[in-house]
Write a protein that binds this ligand. Structure first.
Ligand code: ZN
Length: 140
């Protein structure tokens, strides 16, 4: 990947990160407001639904934030745009569609096929700490 492309993705990732962090701040305010409004009502069930929905959205946003931060650290260490599994260049087209990706489409599809085959993510934990362990101690 050339320097211009790298700068472009760095800017793109940074602006996505900023936008998400601002939105998470906003959803905090939203959550408080919903709690305040529903405090005096007996409609506990729907209050829980709203809270769970917001929590799920927040969870997804937090996950995306850590993915963006990972991608930015790959920009810094020069490994951005290189597949972490097979080491081949990830096409710019794919990076444009999904700037946080760390795998080429072939490796990603293989991984997803395995997850589907086992029907569970238990064999492929998505916890960052566990993923790091797997990277450090690859199973042969
Ligand atoms: Zn690959």
């Amino acid at each position: 990947m050339n320097k211009t492309d790298l700068e472009y993705f760095k800017l793109l990732l940074n602006s996505q990160l900023k936008e998400l962090e601002e939105r998470i701040g906003y959803s905090d305010i939203q959550k408080m407001t919903i709690n305040d409004v529903l405090q005096d009502t007996l409609d506990i069930a729907s209050a829980d639904v709203d809270k769970n929905m917001l929590l799920r959205i927040r969870e997804r946003e937090s996950r995306l934030i850590s993915k963006i931060k990972d991608a930015l650290s790959r920009v810094e260490d020069g490994s951005y745009g290189i597949c972490e599994k097979c080491g081949s260049d990830i096409p710019i087209k794919r990076l444009n569609a999904r700037p946080v990706t760390s795998q080429c489409i072939e490796c990603k599809e293989k991984e997803e096929a395995l997850e589907r085959a086992y029907g569970s993510k238990a064999f492929f934990p998505s916890e960052p700490a566990i993923q790091m362990n797997r990277k450090n101690f690859p199973i042969r």
